[in-house]
Design a protein around this ligand. Sequence first.
Ligand SMILES: [Zn+2]
Length: 179
Amino acid sequence: MSSHPHSFGRYCMLCGQRLASAIPGGDTKRRLVCMDCGFIHYVNPRPVAATIPMRADGRILLARRAIEPRRGTWVFPGGYMDAGETAEEAAIRETLEEAHLEVRDLSLLGVYTRTGPGVVVIVYRAIAVGEAEAGDETSEIAWFRPGEIPWEQLAFDSTEMALRDYVLWRLRSAAGESF
Ligand SMILES: [Zn+2]
């Protein structure tokens, strides 16, 4: 997750004129509107795809961020989807890039959104294949048991929300509950 999701220009991407904040006809919200050609610049959240890689011994992989925002905190591998790939493909690619780890058998854990951050975080549980190694945006990777998750040093609200769901899922699985 590198560039800020809300970084957009102050000029029209079609005609280059300045944008103004206005409520377009038929709309109810303020938008960035080109006063010259009328083009409306909608600002939409961007999808982020991520995996929680699981090892046969029950540990999950977290990576310590080497870049801002939230440098030094822990997060599972993930990043912005590219055009031309599915969410699953993006999650697998990001896991390879950030942790040099191959994953398979993805299963949706949850979708995490808040009104503030302009992202939709799609998190999959995944089976880890082989060994992991820190990628360029990562200073360190480590495998955690559910009881060892560093709750006070997690990167984002979505990280905590997803890991709580993950731990709950593990407890339910262990209890043999079907859902
Ligand atoms: Zn324009």
